[in-house]
Design a protein around this ligand. Structure first.
Ligand code: IVH
Length: 684
């Protein structure tokens, strides 16, 4: 291809692709297949790579901005992003409608029903109609700035269409990024051919794609978005919709893509009809849906309901029943976890359930195998619902082979051959066999992996590949030994190399200043999940104070009962654990509680003297009482209603009509983080 030919071809490709984009996204009438589109797009990418001097300014590939990032910046959401409560039955759904009606007895309530798209929630900020920032939900308060990645979404406008009316100067919209089903299958085929692990389902593929630091790669992933909600809107114009249905229409009018289908209804029976329709229709939708989201249509009434710590009271998700499939159980094997629990796993002939390939199912414990009489070579019905690990529901007895034998649960640890010990569990799960040897390599590996996991110390690269080798070679046998490893040592291991070794070392260094709750959770103390770890860290400033607590101190805390308290105290009384904490301290782990500091900032001045505050919505970490106390302690007054006399509105999730009123009156809106910051720095 000559230079001239390349230039002409580029111009053609750009014009064609723009036309196809328009047909697909605006007219909803695709002019070519996705496959053909990708072919043209790839041709464009290839020619542009050869002749960068001819890249057109508005080429479809140039929707991508910037070069690869080192890492994502964190951003604090102007309005926190909440999650939804789930229901799984019509009864629970009817109970939800009744509950809301009881709280709003004088209103005839209307509802919207939208598909629950199985993707990744994001917030998009438009200022004066231009897309300025896109972020992940993160923990609801703080997310990652993934603007460049979101700019690659094929149906996301960079600029809103404000011609029909004005746009608010700040308009934040929220929606779900998803991968279409055909796009997902194609991506996985490409990955397997290229020797990469396929993604388990479209949601994982979406999340994995949005986490990539190079937007040029993200641009090649078949991602789309549907918008269904709001973040910050300022100022709120008079014409702004007051109903969810009107809001979705408004989104369409200003050029934003919305869910393919949505309905409105007023009572339980029509709601159930809609759900039945959706349950059939969802299989024809381009994307995966795992249920429906039911929202109170009137956005003003939502304010009266408020929210719990996690979710608004005006909306609920209804999850479709789990999908089942039949397959053959090839063999049963047992695994040993970090606590020594020996759990049986079924290896299956792989089968597609709820859009993902399943080749293993959990069998929970020995009692479950006995009760269901599950045997090797049986045909079984398996079930999978959303995130939940697939489980064997029952055996298809008619298909049982004649020579089948009852499964004998091993009475020794498969890893270290110690004699297994039976523990009767207090719950409904039945009895559990445990390996009593805390030095068992399987337990050691489990503890190290758990320490590194994202939910605990979040040390990148500390997965199975590395940990298995560290333990096998005796390079690290407890979590403190990880911090003595040398980069060259790690780089010389199988499937590691210099780059991943460096990443891991950086991860270790970063983990030294993690919040106390992560350390507590990461240590794997029995019964201390992340929720309990946070409850402990809210009360204790550092590991030292916590180490000397007794059962009495602990049970006084919310969320901590006798069993948990005893387990924590026992753990700290064990001399080996004491030594471990000392070794962690020696390698530089801080083990201080940021959660504690946030709650106990000293406000010993008159910083907020003569100011009047109103609180609205749910705050990320403080209760309303705690926030009021802080304000009052610093000399401020807290009042119930927004008026001209109000100086500040402290707004959390679902701040609703108070927030609107405050904005109309031009009252300054403050987040919890800002308030804490002021109080700490002593400036207002
Ligand atoms: S509204 C405060 N609408 O489901 C409520 N969420 O389980 C905000 N989701 O985090 C959510 N489709 O990621 C809403 N039509 C829809 C949705 C939807 C999918 C996701 C969203 C949310 C999760 C909650």
């Amino acid at each position: 291809m000559t230079k001239k030919e390349a230039q002409i071809r580029l111009r053609d490709l750009c014009a064609n692709l723009r036309r196809h984009n328009y047909a697909y996204y605006v007219l909803a009438d695709p002019s070519i297949t996705d496959h053909e589109y990708d072919r043209l797009y790839n041709e464009l990418v290839n020619i542009e790579a050869l002749y960068p001097e001819y890249i057109e300014r508005d080429s479809p590939t140039q929707k991508v901005g910037g070069s690869p990032l080192e890492s994502f910046a964190s951003i604090i959401h102007a309005v926190p992003m909440m999650s939804l409560d789930n229901t799984y039955s019509r009864d629970a759904l009817a109970a939800f409608l009744t509950r809301v009606q009881k709280q709003l007895p004088d209103h005839l309530l209307g509802w919207t029903v939208e598909p629950k798209i199985d993707g990744v929630a994001v917030n998009l900020r438009y200022e004066h109609g231009k897309l300025v920032q896109g972020a992940t939900r993160g923990d609801g308060t703080t997310g990652d700035d993934i603007t460049n990645n979101l700019k690659t979404l094929r149906n996301l406008p960079f600029e809103l269409d404000g011609e029909g009316g004005q746009l608010p100067s700040v308009l934040e919209v929220r929606g779900e990024v998803f991968m279409t089903k055909p796009g997902f299958l194609r991506l996985n085929t490409q990955r397997t051919r290229g020797g990469d692990e396929p993604f388990a389902n479209p949601r994982n593929a979406t999340a994995g794609s949005l986490k990539l630091l190079d937007p040029v790669i993200v641009a090649k992933r078949p991602l789309d978005i549907a918008i269904y909600g709001l973040g910050e809107v300022s100022p709120i114009p008079d014409y702004f919709p007051s109903k969810q249905s009107g809001l979705l229409q408004y989104f369409e009018d200003i050029g934003l893509p919305v869910p393919a289908k949505y309905w409105t209804c007023q009572d339980a029976s029509s709601l159930f009809n809609i759900l039945e329709k959706l349950e059939v229709l969802r299989h024809t939708l381009d994307y995966e849906t795992d249920g429906a989201v039911i929202k109170l249509n009137d956005m003003h009434l939502r304010e009266e309901l408020g929210a719990t710590a996690k979710a608004p009271r005006w909306a609920i998700a209804y999850k479709f029943p789990a999908e089942q499939a039949e397959t053959r159980l090839k063999r049963i094997f047992v695994q040993v976890g970090r606590t020594g629990a020996i759990t049986p796993v079924a290896e299956l002939e792989s089968v597609l359930v709820s859009g993902s390939k399943v080749s293993r199912a959990t069998l929970h414990n020995a009692d479950e195998i006995k009760r269901k009489d599950i045997r090797e070579k049986d045909s079984v019905i398996i079930e999978k619902a959303g995130e939940i690990i697939p489980a064997v529901v029952h055996v298809v007895l008619e298909k049982r082979p004649k020579d089948s034998k009852i499964f004998e649960f091993p009475d020794t640890c498969p890893e270290c051959q110690s004699k297994a010990v039976k523990f009767e569990s207090s719950g409904t799960i039945g009895s559990i066999w445990r390996c009593p040897n805390t030095d068992c390599p399987a337990q050691v590996r489990g503890r190290l992996e758990h320490w590194c996991s994202r939910k605990a110390m979040d040390i990148e690269g500390g997965g199975t590949v590395l940990i298995d080798q560290l333990v096998a070679k005796g390079l690290a046998l407890d979590v403190s030994e990880l911090y003595h490893l040398k980069q060259e040592e790690i780089a010389s291991l199988d499937r590691m190399g210099n780059k991943s070794a460096k990443k891991f070392m950086e991860g270790l260094a970063g983990s030294k200043s993690r919040d106390l709750w992560r350390v507590l959770f990461g240590l794997g103390i029995l019964h201390v999940g992340s929720g309990v770890a946070k409850a402990l860290a809210r009360e204790y400033p550092s590991m030292h104070e916590l180490m000397h607590c007794d059962v009495g101190n602990l049970v006084a805390l919310e969320d901590v009962g006798e069993t948990i308290a005893r387990s924590v105290v026992d753990w700290f009384t064990d001399a080996r654990n004491h030594h471990l904490i000392h070794r962690l301290e020696k390698v530089g782990l801080k083990m201080e509680s940021i959660l504690y500091q946030q709650r106990h900032i000293k406000t010993d001045n008159d910083l907020l003297h003569d100011t009047t505050w109103v609180l609205s919505g749910t705050l990320p970490s403080l209760s309303r009482k705690e926030a009021s106390e802080k304000i009052e302690f610093a000399g401020g007054k807290v009042s119930g209603n927004v008026s001209k006399k109000t100086n500040f509105l402290l707004a959390g999730e679902s701040a609703g009509s108070k927030l609107e009123k405050a904005k109309k009156l031009k009252i300054k809106v403050i987040t919890e983080a800002q308030l804490l910051d002021w109080l700490e720095k002593g400036e207002g």
